[in-house]
Design a protein around this ligand. Structure first.
Ligand SMILES: *Cc1c(COP(=O)(O)O)cnc(C)c1O
Length: 804
């Protein structure tokens, strides 16, 4: 049993809780609000983790190990209270103490606010990796931005997404420690003379940190988040005296806007100056902190690459390459070659996309104005790099143009992915297929130049977050079979479940767990949407950001096909399904928002018609986030992973769902390929074009209209879209017929047939349960612990430093 039990008796916990209520909240049991109690509870749990952190820090200080610094513009951490209660082993004491005081733990958990500092998969991956780093005892710090407003809160009005601000720290965040005495200056604009930059604007970065405990270990790492503060002199007292209140705070607002909002878009570049400012802000603060920490135990620069490795999560923090060069050249006085060797030995870069439009670039003119010295340095890096290219491919100007960090046409722009590859010792994709496609297409010329620099590190998810916390019923059942909880740190041990797939009593228990989880989900769905789901129906879920390439539209088209079949009385072979959607669309992404409206309109049709709802009910659960994932995933029977092959880098909800016993219906895309390899083709519903076929079809001149004309059921489906709600969503149908960029029509028939197979398989519930158990038993590979071990072995070369 590895859940550490700090051996705190319940009454001691109660004493500590009451003391925090008095000393930290300044109130008494009698007059305390629920918020007071929640905060005192959080502080009591935090105190225990701080004790562990102090020991971890002492061990690290003594051993002076290599640290991994993880730079990410996004983190989707999920609720901290349930995690920290479990990891600190205080769950039972806390529950007993609260019960004695007549308080409901669930009510207090409701007050714990999920920090939504990310958009989707990329941000959640960062959180899973930090969790795994601590669990694997790897010395690490995560750096990010402490956005005042996290990812917007989503509601629906008339089926359309409405966005509201997420003021997540409104009542204060009890999990963080602010360090206003440790502010770092960050410069913007200004001019460069003789290689010396004099910025025009200085903003202060103020750090605060939160604790990142490992599971089943004493190690506690940190995540350090930065917020922008104006200098004290920014308030214009004379203007205020004149009654010009707005102008008096102008400078403050301008500075502090830098960490105001998370950009609600994870794939397309907004081209906004503020976003580039955010990136530079994060990178500057993080690097200053990294150098400060290095100097606590080391002098000079010789040991830097030995002690520091910096992982760049996508291109958002890639300006760090230029910033570290600037620090080494301009502040530390190193010469170019030495500085470049250090930079090249420090960074590693994770690429998260294949979509060319998601490869970030910035106009040279903007970078020049905002960060003039960085632009000079980027030119110099490029100059040296292109000399190397010229040597490798003499006279090949095409190569030079292709590889250059600067794109010339149609506008001069800095290609951040190129800067990343040139400035890093290692580049990785996030699934086998993705890494292969990166090497063959998106980054091909780089892979030809430096094949040894390219790696694959398949993503993973935290089994603590997505099994232990999200699905206590299943975790309990698995632990009873495996004899202990240790598998939560050693997920390959799930393979020990395999024989249980043939044990009918175990299958019954497994089914019971699923059913109980579906009941919980149905209760929630009813409360928030009014839709009454049948807990015995197949829970068929698609939960992820709304994006055309992910093809939520294809999912909706299947439901429309079912509507027609039921109305025609073709109900043989149909099984009752709860079709669950969750996901947000970027506020400016109209095409995705139209699909969302269509999903809601179709839901109204099926839920409002008894003939239809006997077979299909549909709930679009608003505001999908980590807490939503924790609720939906344990209930899921079918996992929809239906992106156009070649578009999804990895996906991680596919892993979370398989681990919780959902069967996947999916294309050969991202990590689906590896999931299928592991769980077995018989336990996976595969359909559709593969990545090569998709490219070939496009190159051959794809005409969606001919697919429409050739398939009457498809025709009926698209005509339905064109006419639903009085034709309000006709554009969705028009776009499918005229463009259909993601080959929805080409995959329609294969998808429908595959869904028919799914229904058939569901009818043999015992066989289905067997497949469900095998999915979980064979998915241990998808633990984020394995992901960080892969990084450690291939890229970071970090030893684990468990506490002495
Ligand atoms: C895992 C997760 C994602 C990523 O989902 P994909 O299907 O891999 O795109 C997005 N959002 C949340 C809240 C998640 O937990």
């Amino acid at each position: 049993m590895t859940v550490a039990n700090d051996g705190v008796p319940a009454d001691e916990f109660e004493t500590d809780l009451l003391r925090n209520l008095a000393h930290q909240r300044g109130t008494t049991r009698q007059s305390a609000s629920a918020q007071d109690i929640y905060q005192a509870l959080a502080l009591t749990v935090r105190d225990r983790l701080v004790d562990r952190y102090v020991k971890t820090a002492a061990t690290y200080y003594e051993t002076n190990p290599r640290f991994v610094y993880y730079l990410s513009a996004e983190y989707m951490l999920g609720k901290q209270l349930p995690q920290n209660l479990l990891y600190s082993g205080l769950q039972n004491q806390a529950r007993d103490a609260l019960e004695k005081l007549g308080l409901d733990p669930a009510e207090l958990e409701d007050l714990d606010v999920e920090p939504g500092l990310g958009n989707g998969g990329l941000g959640r991956l960062a959180a899973c990796i930090l969790d795994a780093l601590a669990t694997e005892d790897i010395p690490a710090v995560g750096y990010g931005i402490r956005y005042d407003l996290g990812i917007f809160k989503q509601t629906f009005e008339d089926g359309a997404q409405v966005e509201r601000p997420d003021d997540w720290t409104f009542y204060g965040n009890p999990w963080e420690f602010a360090a206003p005495d440790d502010q770092q200056p960050v410069g913007f604009y200004g001019k460069v003379e003789d290689g010396k930059w004099t910025p025009d604007e200085i903003v202060l970065g103020e750090p605060s940190h939160m604790l990142v405990p490992g599971y089943g270990t004493q190690t506690v790492n940190l995540i350090r988040l930065w917020r922008a503060r104006a200098s004290r002199a920014s308030f214009d007292l004379s203007r205020f005296g004149e009654g010009r209140y707005g102008e008096a705070v102008d400078a403050i607002v301008r500075s502090e806007n830098i960490s105001k909002v998370l950009y609600p878009d994870d794939s397309t570049e907004l081209g906004r100056e503020l976003r580039l400012k955010q990136q530079h802000f994060l990178v500057t603060c993080a690097l200053r902190d990294i150098v400060r920490r290095y100097r606590l135990r080391n002098t000079g620069w010789d040991a830097f690459t030995e002690k520091v490795t910096i992982q760049l999560n996508d291109t958002h923090p890639v300006m760090a390459v230029a910033e570290l060069m600037r620090v080494l050249l301009d502040e530390e006085g190193l010469d170019w070659d030495r500085a470049w060797l250090i930079v090249r030995g420090t960074f590693a870069y994770t690429c998260h996309t294949l979509l060319p439009e998601a490869l970030e670039t910035w106009p040279v003119a903007l970078v020049e104005r905002l960060l003039p010295r960085h632009m000079e340095i980027i030119y110099l890096i490029n100059f040296h790099f292109l000399q190397e290219v010229e040597q490798a491919y003499p006279g090949d100007t095409g190569r030079l143009r292709e590889l250059s960090i600067i794109q010339e046409e149609p506008e001069r722009r800095v290609r951040m992915a190129h800067l990343a590859v040139v400035g890093a010792k290692a580049v990785n994709g996030v699934a086998e297929l993705h890494s292969k496609l990166l090497r063959e297409t998106t980054l091909r010329p780089f892979a030809e130049l430096w094949p040894e620099r390219f790696h694959n590190v398949t993503n993973g998810v935290s089994p603590r977050r997505f099994m232990l916390i999200a699905n206590p019923r299943l975790t309990g059942l698995i632990s009873s079979r495996l004899g202990d909880h240790d598998w939560l740190r050693d997920l390959d041990r799930l393979s020990e479940l395999e024989p249980a797939a043939d044990d009918s009593a175990f299958r019954d228990q497994w089914r019971e767990v699923k059913r109980a989880n579906r009941r919980d989900l149905a209760r929630y769905a009813r409360a928030v949407t009014g839709v009454a789901l049948d807990p015995d129906a197949m829970a068929d879920v698609m939960i992820k950001r709304f994006h055309e390439y992910k093809r939520q539209l294809l999912r909706v088209m299947h439901v429309i096909t079912l509507i027609h079949r039921i109305r025609r009385g073709e109900t043989a072979g149909l099984v009752p399904r709860s079709v669950i959607f969750g996901g947000k669309a970027a506020p400016g992404y109209y095409a995705a928002k139209r699909i969302m409206r269509l999903a809601n309109a179709v839901a109204d049709v099926v839920n409002g018609d008894q003939q239809l709802s006997a077979y299909v009910r549909m709930a679009f659960l608003p505001n999908y986030n980590v807490s939503g994932a924790e609720l939906i995933i344990p209930a899921a029977d079918l996992s929809e992973q239906i992106s156009l092959a070649g578009k999804e880098a990895s996906g991680t909800s596919n892993m979370k769902l398989a681990l919780n016993g959902a069967l996947t219906i999916g294309t050969l895309d991202g990590a689906n390929v590896e999931i299928r390899d592991r769980v077995g083709a018989d336990n996976f519903f595969l359909f559709g074009l593969d990545a090569g076929q998709a490219v070939a079809l496009k190159q051959a001149g794809y005409r969606p209209r001919s697919w429409y004309e050739a398939d009457w059921e498809l025709r009926e489906t698209i005509d339905f879209i064109a006419t639903i709600d009085g034709g309000a969503l006709r554009e969705v149908a028009d776009d499918l017929l005229n463009r259909d960029e993601y080959l929805t029509l080409a995959d329609y028939r294969a998808y429908i047939e595959c869904q028919d197979e799914v229904a058939h398989a569901w009818e043999d519930r015992d066989a289905w349960t067997r497949m469900s158990i095998l999915n979980a038993a064979r998915s241990g590979f998808f633990s984020a612990d394995r992901t960080v071990r892969d990084y450690g072995r291939e890229i970071w070369h970090t030893p684990a430093v468990p506490e002495a």
